[in-house]
Design a protein around this ligand. Structure first.
Ligand code: NAD
Length: 343
């Protein structure tokens, strides 16, 4: 394949289905002639099982050096003092914007969805400040969680969303909030959006939507949304909702963007229920590579990759989660054949 330039990037295959979908992605990228030279590193359960920290220093150093990473899903047990590795990575590299496009690529419930959701990635209810208050004999009688939103961080991520809208020729940014109830926590974010919007007057308009109403509108008329910007927890929930509108988690990519590094991933998790069975859908991770190629300016290769994925799915060549019967490596081969067809 034609490789005009190369660049080093960190590759974390991840846990559960991570290694299977990563293998499929590497085969497709070889056929595409993608410019990445991979520095393979560990994280998550895979690292713990190798006797390392869930986020080893070597992995952090690699990303610090390359500024660019593709990450498979990492397992985070809900109990035990194990802080999410994904969240720790976002903090370590100041990855303040989580970008999740939701576009109809195969006919499904909705045909014209083309939403880009930008989620604040560092603050809100994800700051990890939680504690119990004991009452009587029960030390866990009350659970307390603190959310923090700063104007500074809100301005930065909202500005990112507006700049993205300008770059992609989009006209509307909807800020999603709950400032009617969380007057301060959510109010700060809404106010920041109103402030940033003034700088884009005449180019991009700001819409305001309360999160509960937004969830309903996303289901009733998703084609009305363009770019959405919101706080960490709402963004987490709504981006999965949007993924569901356009065909499910098996298709949805995400990018964690900072000024010094960017980490690309599938929105889905490690899918322990199907891990090791060879049936996982690698499309979301492939679409994440598409975003990664866009990010480094390889737009032609990104478009070629997306066209091949689309043609493969439209030809009915699918993995089990989408109602097909192809196993992961067979699906990868179908995409490779599609890449090689003149288009
Ligand atoms: P999940 O996304 O792993 O799985 C949800 C359902 O979707 C499962 O039935 C699974 O089989 C299916 N699914 C997911 N991806 C698929 C794919 N590519 N192909 C086919 N089917 C797919 O969510 P979960 O079960 O709630 O979480 C499992 C683990 O993943 C947890 O430890 C969680 O913390 C972690 N997780 C990690 C990330 C990340 O690293 N970015 C994101 C979400 C969850």
């Amino acid at each position: 394949a034609n490789r005009s330039r190369t660049m080093e990037a960190t590759l974390i295959p991840g846990d559960g289905i991570g290694p299977e979908i990563t293998e499929a992605v590497l085969q497709v990228l070889e056929a595409l002639g993608a410019p990445f030279v991979w520095d393979v590193q560990q994280a998550g359960t895979t690292a713990v099982e190798a006797g390392l920290d869930p986020l080893p220093d070597a992995t952090l150093e690699s990303i610090r050096r390359t500024g660019l990473a593709l990450k498979g899903p990492l397992t985070t047990p809900s109990s035990g003092g194990y802080r999410s590795v994904t969240v720790r990575m976002r903090e370590a590299f100041d990855l303040y914007a989580n970008v999740r496009p939701g576009k109809t690529i195969i006919p499904g419930r909705y045909d014209n969805v083309d939403i880009i959701l930008v989620r604040e990635n560092l603050e809100g209810l994800y700051v990890g400040r939680e504690h119990y208050i004991g009452v009587g004999a029960d030390p866990h009688a009350v659970g307390v969680g603190i959310g923090i939103n700063t104007k500074e961080e809100a301005h930065r991520v909202i500005r990112y969303a507006f700049d993205l809208a300008v770059r992609l020729g989009r006209k509307r940014v909807t800020v999603v909030h709950k400032a009617n109830i969380l007057k301060i926590l959510s109010g700060v974010f809404l106010e920041a959006a109103q402030e940033v919007a003034r700088d884009y007057h005449g180019r991009v308009t700001l819409d305001e939507s309360i999160v509960d109403a937004c969830a309903m509108q996303l289901v009733m008329a998703p084609e009305r949304f363009d770019v959405i910007v919101t706080t960490n927890l709402f963004g987490d929930i709504l981006s999965d909702l949007i993924a569901g509108l356009v065909g499910g988690l098996g298709l949805a990519p995400g990018a964690n963007i900072g000024d010094k590094a960017a980490i690309f991933e599938a929105v889905h998790g490690s899918a322990p229920d199907i891990a090791g069975k060879g049936v996982a859908n690698p499309t979301a991770l492939l679409m994440a590579v598409g975003m990664m190629l866009d990010h480094v300016g390889e737009t032609a290769k990104a478009n070629h990759l997306r066209a091949a994925i689309l043609a493969t799915l439209q030809a009915g060549e699918k993995t089990r989660d989408l109602g097909g019967s192809l196993r992961t490596p067979e699906f990868a081969q179908a995409i490779i054949r599609s890449l090689q067809k003149p288009r």
